[in-house]
Design a binder for this molecule. Sequence first.
Ligand SMILES: [Zn+2]
Length: 611
Amino acid sequence: MLTGIIQIGEYILKNRTGDHDELENIIESPNDNGRYNHIFKITFEKTLEKILFKSIEYEEFSNDRIKKYAYKKGSGARGGDRSPTSKLTEPAKTVNKIKTSIKDILESSDQKSEGYDLYKELLNCYDAESESIIKSLDEKVKSISFAKGESAVVTVNVLKDGQELYVGDFNIVKNHLLKIAQEQYYNKYEKISKGTGVCYYCKSNKDVYGFVSTYKFYTLDKVGFVSSGFKQEKSWINYPVCGECALYLETGKKYIEENLTSKFCGFDYSIIPKFTFNVNNKWKFIKLNLERFEKQKFSTADASKRNLLKSEDNFLKVMSESENNLNYNMMIFREEQSGSVFRILLYVEDIVPSKLKNLLKVKDIIDDISLFKGLPGKDDSKYDLEFGFDKIRFFFPNSKTEGNYDKSFLEIVNNIFSYKKVSYNFILGRMIEKIREIFCREEYFDSAVLQALMIILYITKLGLFQENKKEVKLKMVERNEKNAMYLDFIEKNLDVLDTDFKRAVFLEGVLVDKLLNIQYKERGSKPFYSRLNGLKLNEKVIKRIFTEAVNKLNEYDKNYYVELESLIANYLLSKNNISDDEISFYFVLGMTLSKKFMNPKDDKEGVKDND
Ligand SMILES: [Zn+2]
């Protein structure tokens, strides 16, 4: 699964960065918290004959010189940092710390390596002059006024041939740091895991390491990760990765974090492109594709357009527009304990551009349905409902009051992206449950109902519902002037109202909403609401409600809906082939869409929806 990351890492290292930029992965800023703005440089002068301690020089910290300071915090028991740059504590301690580090570098380096002799000379001089270095540093520190909470960094510079050389200018230091970078791949848990073998990725036979853990889920922290009796020292045998591939992984991961990671519906996610060819020498193609992602980061023009994930970044659009020799993995994750635990919640593999394009196309089709357009918003404004995963998240949230539906939500996301079937009954069950809650609180439920309808239509259109639709025979209803409005609507929405019983329940919802509005007009309240059984409906209840509704309308002498009633009665005679959840849903859908059926009498009576 990490192939895509390796490919990107290799591309970056071979095309985008200069010499030794691998060091960027290991060098740290000594001023990452902004409190180390002062740099004291223990400066030596190298002449042809000898090297001399010259003075302590001062400069302000600069981000541009991070590579020159080449700071790398130490972790060993000896207390030194990994290069001769350290944060100032007490001058004497810091001067010693730096000496330890110079010694370590010399000990770990080949005597023939570039700069070895000079560093050896430097150490001797440093050792001999320690007292005077400490004294000078002490004086220099006292001469500078620090702001509250501020401290300083001490480093070692060499003046040679009129040039000022920083720690990071010496190859002997750089090589030492690179070695440390490699060390993390095999030296952990106070154990060494390395050997010679075939690298898991590049398949070449060389030094391979056992602790390459690009994402923490690959960690070998838990004994038993691979097999029982597993020894950490032997992990290089199970998951052997060479130093080069480890570096590609590290670099690729960094790129993905910076450019291909975003948020949607409360989750973090990364997109990992995977090129389905041998990437070598195809750098131009990779460059082109990565640049398209980089550019979308800065384009806000169509941020909301075709944004299925409703994400901060619209990666899906870019993905869908790529060629098919590129596919994608999507990783949804959570970082815990400030990044030390990385939990993969979902990993969707092999998302193909053409299939993704279809997901977006179907979204467009759903968005275009007139039922979802020109809905009443705040202050008489109108808005269009747009499909996206946020609509699904609405019914499958993670909240204190509603519970944690993360698992179900992610499963639906996974199934849609991988074109796997989802359960209609399960999704409808949860949606109607939430709608019922809103209904029982007598709150505005229209938008929830329409969102649910959107989800049903979207998944239906993709053909991803598990339960097969039964072929049903439909009643022929004679059209007349008065029922045409209802029949036209049914005709136009055959996808939704595909069985006679659904039509009966739907139209009954319309009728009941009309009644409620009349009641509200008459008495300022809607007592009939309490007859709706808290939206827990079934065939028996629906028939009871129908009779009661007609009686109520007659009682008010406001039964303008005889044609509608006759349609309902007619459809109700058909066989009930839908579940109770569906009955509840199509009923409340009718209530929601009743405004689509304006009777001339409605206007006369001034009946208006007052939800
Ligand atoms: Zn390799």
